[in-house]
Design a protein around this ligand. Structure first.
Ligand SMILES: NC(=O)c1ccc[n+]([C@@H]2O[C@H](COP(=O)([O-])OP(=O)(O)OC[C@H]3O[C@@H](n4cnc5c(N)ncnc54)[C@H](O)[C@@H]3O)[C@@H](O)[C@H]2O)c1
Length: 350
């Protein structure tokens, strides 16, 4: 079978997550990259021969089976639409799908019209610990799911684009909270239909990050169509490295998952060492270094699965279609509306 010819748009943090995961897929040729910085360093690191400073040029020159969109949120629409209209076969878009519902609807529509498969990169769905948790739920291990509490938190984004609402579409809720927002409907297999949100308001209203124009703390109570309750949180006020925790409560038991800080390794280091976990400040003293974050956070399985979808003409699984990305965005924007109005917001079912 011919290798899947991949192009990546972006060359920094998320692009690295994709490139590292592609490089573990024997079926993939990472053929091209387009970005406005770090092109050669990134290209050399992953052996990518074709490098472009303009993604339009890449789409005009290359016949790609799969495009990874790893640019700031506000550019997702432009890149996805350009890729679809240029005839690329399939697209993986990083989260959030877009910064507005109008953009998200356009992306899904243009891909549909051009018969392009749009896949939404919610990596939590492919995290081995979360996939195992869902399997236990499906086996009836904790009875019926009543309540899910889930958060992604750390001490602030490395990306200037994620710090500004105009590029990001919000703050920690759209950037981090969107993971639990995408995860819960996948776990429960029911859409979120109501939300009650609260966020710090950005800039001077933030707890810590006055220079961020989006919120640095956000949380929401959510209700699924079957009555399952959830609590989702995304914040930039958490020291000590990225902290992703999930608790699932059922009629017959519960499951607790520590996605980022639950390493089997426990290291005491007087001198420090290279890297422990994402967004950790230092590696001195006692630390719990990740064994393989690309794997444990889901990126490796996500990319392998999407490549499989392209090779075998399969639809992406629940939670990772363009429509699922649009739904996660609608829930996130409803949380902002709820926070602003101080009331429960309903999300239309379609
Ligand atoms: N799934 C996850 O866990 C995860 C983690 C981090 C980021 N992300 C998402 O990935 C996306 C990128 O985030 P990041 O952290 O890599 O950002 P970043 O700021 O580290 O990198 C931005 C990249 O976009 C490229 N870029 C900017 N403007 C461009 C243009 N006009 N044409 C081509 N390339 C352009 C830059 O060259 C750079 O490589 C965001 O949507 C973010 O939400 C997802």
């Amino acid at each position: 079978m011919e290798k899947v010819r991949v192009g990546i748009v972006g060359s920094q943090f998320a692009a690295q997550l994709h490139a590292e995961s592609y490089s573990r897929c024997p079926a993939v040729d990472i053929h091209s990259v387009a970005a406005i910085d770090n092109l050669d360093e990134f290209g050399e690191a992953y052996g990518i021969p074709n490098r472009y400073s303009d993604y339009h040029e890449m789409f005009a020159n290359e016949n790609l089976d799969l495009v990874s969109v790893c640019v700031p949120n506000y550019l997702h629409k432009d890149v996805v639409v350009a890729a679809a209209e240029a005839g690329m076969k399939a697209i993986i878009c990083e989260k959030p799908l877009a910064t507005s519902l109008e953009d998200g609807v356009e992306m899904v529509t243009v891909c549909l019209e051009n018969k392009v498969t749009l896949m939404y990169a919610e990596d939590w769905i492919f995290a081995p610990a979360l996939a195992r948790a869902k399997q236990i739920c499906q086996e009836g291990g904790i009875g019926d799911i009543l309540y899910v509490k889930a958060k992604e938190t750390h001490h602030g984004s490395h990306s200037i684009f994620a710090q500004k609402k105009e590029y990001c579409g919000g703050g920690s809720m759209i950037h981090l909270g969107i993971h639990p927002i995408g995860f819960i409907p996948w776990l429960v297999e029911e859409n979120i239909t109501q939300v009650m949100g609260m966020v710090t308001g950005g800039a001077e209203q933030n707890f810590l990050h006055k220079e961020y124009t989006g919120e640095d703390w956000g949380a929401a109570l959510v209700v699924c169509a079957n009555g399952t309750r959830g609590f989702v949180e995304g914040n930039y006020i958490t020291c000590g490295g990225m902290d992703d925790k999930i608790e699932i409560y059922g009629t017959e038991g519960n499951i607790h998952i520590d996605l980022t800080q639950g390493s089997p390794l426990k290291v005491y280091s007087r001198s420090g060492y290279g890297y422990a976990i994402e967004k950790a400040d230092f590696t001195h003293g006692w630390t719990r270094p990740a064994v393989d974050e690309f794997m444990s956070l889901g990126y490796v399985n996500e990319i392998a699965h999407f490549v499989d979808c392209v090779q075998n003409n399969m639809d992406p699984p629940r939670g990772t279609t363009g429509a699922d990305g649009l739904r996660a965005l609608a829930v996130t924007l409803a949380i902002y509306e709820s926070a602003q109005q101080g009331c429960l917001v309903q999300i239309p079912t379609n």
